[in-house]
Design a protein around this ligand. Structure first.
Ligand SMILES: [Zn+2]
Length: 269
């Protein structure tokens, strides 16, 4: 099947390719003809402190910021390979920009079941773009390419997908292009932080609210399940209001599960 463009607009493309190019994890390999190296997969899950040791991101603070968001404890998304480069496109490039800098990070869901459905990655890509798009004023020449790809294997499991996050920056000089790319990556990192608080990637979303009865205030656990196993539960799918009966005092209060930040639901007043 041919590669498909799923969504496209100013500043972004969400695409899907059908040929597997990579696997998670992957091992190290020798030096490439261009002198760069593949150092192999580093397990950053829950270890943002290890990001400073990632050689591919050593001279990009913004790429490190993206990796740190993905490595945050409790992050449902893990990172695989990453890289960044600047290219001289020549003086007469039709874009008007001589230099292009690009960075990519391969991501997948930590919960391998969610990687079986490309739809989960498409939904994730849309959430990531929606959160970048909102505050953007396009003064900085930059572009995002979010690509859903099949994986050769995910920890030995076949039939899995990954999401390649790519940020591109343009400029008349290499420094300008790098600065544009860094700006794009910082916005990507901010989006990833927001997205992680809006999407439940587990089989159920476990929330805790405090009882609204002032003389009780006991914590009440809530479990919200997606409609089908292995399906990502998106924030927008949550009910706006949820009546819950407190098991301690028996009083029913109305809660607002959409106002969720990393597992805490804020009750409606
Ligand atoms: Zn109560």
């Amino acid at each position: 099947m041919d590669d498909e463009i799923l969504y496209q607009g100013p500043g972004y493309t969400i695409a899907r390719i059908h040929k597997p190019e990579t696997m998670i994890p992957y091992g190290p390999s020798g030096a490439r003809p261009d002198g760069t190296r593949n150092y192999g997969w580093v397990d950053l899950r829950g270890r943002p402190d290890l990001v400073s040791g990632i050689k591919e991101a050593a001279d990009s603070t913004a790429l490190q910021a993206v990796l740190r968001e993905l490595a945050a404890p409790g992050s449902p998304i893990l990172s695989s390979g990453c890289e960044h480069h600047a290219f001289d496109r020549g003086e007469n490039d039709p874009s008007g920009f001589r230099w292009q800098s690009g960075a990519f990070v391969v991501t997948a869901f930590d919960d391998g079941r969610l990687n079986r459905s490309a739809e989960n990655h498409i939904a994730l890509a849309k959430e990531i773009w929606d959160n970048i798009a909102a505050p953007v004023t396009w003064r900085v020449p930059m572009q995002y390419e979010l690509t859903i790809e099949p994986l050769k294997t995910f920890f030995g499991q076949s039939d899995c997908h990954c999401l390649m996050l790519k940020a591109l920056g343009y400029g008349q000089s290499k420094d300008q292009a790098n600065a544009s790319m860094e700006a794009a990556l910082h916005m990507l990192a901010a989006s990833l932080r927001e997205v992680q608080s809006k999407i439940a990637f587990q089989n159920a979303w476990h929330l805790t609210v405090s009882c609204l009865n002032p003389s009780c205030q006991q914590p009440i656990p809530i479990e919200i399940e997606p409609s089908a196993e292995g399906t990502m539960l998106v924030w927008e799918d949550l009910p706006t209001k949820l009546p819950i009966r407190c098991p301690s005092c028996g009083i029913t209060g109305e809660y607002h599960p959409r106002q969720v930040r990393r597992g805490k639901a804020i009750p409606t007043q």
